[in-house]
Design a protein around this ligand. Structure first.
Ligand SMILES: C[S@@+](CC[C@H](N)C(=O)[O-])C[C@H]1O[C@@H](n2cnc3c(N)ncnc32)[C@H](O)[C@@H]1O
Length: 204
């Protein structure tokens, strides 16, 4: 099954609260967005947004320049429906983050639990090329993945676990790590998963 069909099938079969990555509020992500320094015009791109409530947190902070990208049109549609009129200012991109898609440059690139699915070096390089193309000078990249002591599989797919160091060498020399947090995510089935959140600042 290709990745698009895989993810669409998951979102078709499972409710929002029945996926292991569900969190009622994207607390760590929102704290990192706040720490990066925001103004009402700050633009945020969430790659692999799924049905995450991260967007709800951004809207509650008064941000309106929000783009949600996902390989699953099903996930985006469900988020669009859930948000209703509150989502009218959101831009939606149905695409593979490693593929051909365009977006305006952004102040903040956010990814929770997507980069770790890229087990192929060429896919990771394409992802980081897009990130380097789109994050504005002095902008921010927040990348949350399974930590080195986290799960090796998610959603039936193998993952590659990361530390701030491995992410730092993938993101390249234009970015500096400014914050890192370990986080224990508790799934709806009460399993604890070890995540790491890394926040990078673009130097130039
Ligand atoms: C584990 S879920 C995380 C969803 C969301 N970020 C969250 O924290 O709730 C992974 C998401 O990434 C999407 N995804 C997986 N591979 C992708 C890719 N190559 N490009 C874009 N989205 C992808 C999936 O459809 C799914 O919504």
């Amino acid at each position: 099954m290709n990745p698009q069909d895989h993810w669409n099938a998951i979102y078709r079969l499972k409710g929002e609260r029945h996926v292991s990555w569900f969190e009622p509020a994207a607390t760590v992500s929102i704290e990192m967005v706040e720490a990066s320094g925001i103004v009402p015009e700050t633009s945020v791109l969430d790659v692999g947004a799924g049905e995450s409530r991260f967007v709800d947190g951004l809207l509650a902070m008064g941000l309106r320049r929000i783009t949600l990208l996902d390989i699953s049109a099903e996930a985006l549609e469900r988020t669009r429906t859930r948000l209703g009129p509150a989502g009218r200012t959101v831009t939606w991109i149905d695409a593979d983050v490693t593929g051909d898609w365009t977006a305006d440059p952004v102040d903040i690139w956010h990814d929770r639990a997507v980069f770790h699915f890229l087990t192929d070096a060429a896919d990771r390089a394409r992802y980081m090329r897009r990130l380097n193309e789109l994050v504005k000078p002095h902008g921010t990249a927040i990348i949350a993945t399974f930590a080195p002591d986290g799960p090796e599989i998610c959603s039936g797919l193998p993952v590659m676990r990361h530390s701030p160091d491995t992410l730092g060498s993938e993101i390249g020399p234009d970015f500096a790590l400014v914050d890192n947090r370990k986080h224990s995510h508790v799934t709806p089935n009460h399993v604890t998963q070890s995540f790491q959140y890394s926040r990078f600042r673009r130097l130039r």
